[in-house]
Design a protein around this ligand. Sequence first.
Ligand code: AMP
Length: 123
Amino acid sequence: MMCSAGSAAAHPDCLFCKIVAGDIPSDQVYTDDAVVAFRDIAPQAPVHVLVVPRRHVSGIDDLRDEPELAGRLLAAAAKVARIEGVHEAGYRVAVNHGRHGAQSVGHVHLHVLGGRQLHGELG
Ligand code: AMP
């Protein structure tokens, strides 16, 4: 399935655009035409992978009219969980958005966390 989300449109100052382009190294776990998944540099669990769109999208708010890309990101997160072998024990997918959401990188990303019992608190 082709996805317009796969077309490159890098944002010059964006850390994750540079990772997608290969200008900054990353430990990639999964890629497809729309998505790149790589290990978080400061993991908060034994498995901590970030799933990002290849195309620059600032935050989840910008996905409100992009259900195909949103679905591709979520499907990729589920694939990452299988690749990492946490799909049976369970895992968490989280998206931080904006200031109150504590988003620190302005290129939308799904955190895939697992490999140990996670705590119940989200807020
Ligand atoms: P957030 O706070 O939700 O915006 O998440 C940003 C995540 O990006 C954090 O968990 C960081 O540890 C992670 N991060 C920052 N720089 C890098 C990098 N160069 N490679 C991989 N992960 C990174």
